[in-house]
Write a new protein. Structure first.
Length: 330
């Protein structure tokens, strides 16, 4: 081979290498998804998280042209499904729906997973807790209820909404702390979810519940309970007559159960960006808005950066509440 040929060959080889180095990753994103994508849900079929994941998956499939198949991976109080998302290959073909429990489980000593174990893609839903009393309760406003709780000895008032250490229990603890009261000022009665807790409230077994208003909706609409306030920065437009704690009491405390989409850590940035853009289209669609509104679910958008910061803040907040309630094993 002549010197000129060798130089031409070397130049061509360098050009190909440069093209591969700088062109491969964008090409990867353009081709994605080239096959079906699995969407892992850490909770059972038929629940709110499952329903939300299925509408998101259906709309992603419509936009991106490949099946997005929802798979329920339950067990371990959410650990099994969240682990399956975190340990999947970071290639974009396994993503999942994270829930608020990822900011709680490690404090309980159930797992080493934290929000940092994922590539956040989008926050799409948040349902703040409401403060519900039975329709026969003498308390017509949340301030009246709060004043009675402050004047009572610890444990006289009883609340429910979920299991011990669950999100609605921690919401109650946070509210007590925001009022300068001990975490156990109101005794917690564990339940197997919001539905049985609301039934117990209507029957007079507890004084209040702190589950979300959508979960309390059936009992409220049956005239057996009423919601006095929500722990959120703004009112839920579906329940526009229910004030925030800040409006009703001047207490700037907000928390809630949330759902967002994430992938394993180290997801290629080009694929993550493409998924976030597709999820924004889903969020803005009439189909998604109608689906969520009909169920009373709150819609909150956060892109990847916002979702990551949101989870970090919630993680610290949950840790403080669990420590105050004596539930942290971390």
């Amino acid at each position: 081979m002549s010197k000129i040929s060798r130089r031409s060959f070397a130049a061509s080889t360098a050009a190909i290498a440069a093209s591969a180095a700088f062109g491969f990753r964008p090409a990867l994103a353009q081709a994605y998804p080239a096959r079906p994508v699995t969407v892992i849900v850490p909770w059972g079929a038929g629940g709110g998280t499952d329903a939300t994941a299925r509408i998101v998956a259906a709309l992603l499939e419509k936009d991106l042209g490949q099946p997005f198949n929802v798979v329920n991976r339950t067990g371990g109080s959410g650990v099994v499904g969240h682990s399956a998302i975190a340990t999947a290959q970071p290639d974009g073909y396994t993503i999942g729906m994270l829930t608020v429990e990822i900011s709680m489980m490690h404090w309980q000593g159930l797992t080493d997973l934290t929000p940092k174990s994922y590539t956040p893609l989008a926050l799409m839903n948040e349902d703040p807790p409401g403060i519900q009393v039975s329709s026969s309760s003498p308390y017509k406003t949340v301030k009246e209820l709060a004043d009675a709780i402050k004047a009572a000895p610890p444990g006289k008032f009883k609340a429910s909404g979920t299991g011990q250490g669950g999100i609605w229990h921690l919401a109650l603890v946070g509210w007590m702390q925001a009022m300068g009261l001990p975490a156990n000022q109101v005794a917690w009665v564990p339940s197997n979810g919001a539905a049985p807790a609301m039934q117990d409230l209507a029957a007079g077994g507890v004084d209040l519940t702190t589950c979300s208003v959508p979960e309390a909706r059936a009992i409220i609409e049956a005239g057996k309970a009423r919601s006095l306030a929500i722990m959120a920065p703004a009112r839920n437009p579906v329940f526009k007559d229910v004030p925030t704690l800040k409006e009703a009491m001047g207490i700037d405390y907000a928390t809630g159960a949330w759902r967002g989409i994430a992938g394993p850590k180290n997801l290629p940035p080009e694929i993550a960006t493409k998924l976030t853009a597709a999820l924004k289209k889903v969020y803005d669609s009439a189909e998604f808005k109608d689906f969520m509104s009909n169920r009373g679910f709150g819609t909150v958008w956060g892109d990847a950066a916002h979702f990551g910061g949101f989870m970090d803040k919630g993680d610290a907040q949950m840790g403080e509440a669990m420590k105050a309630a004596g539930l942290s094993k971390a």
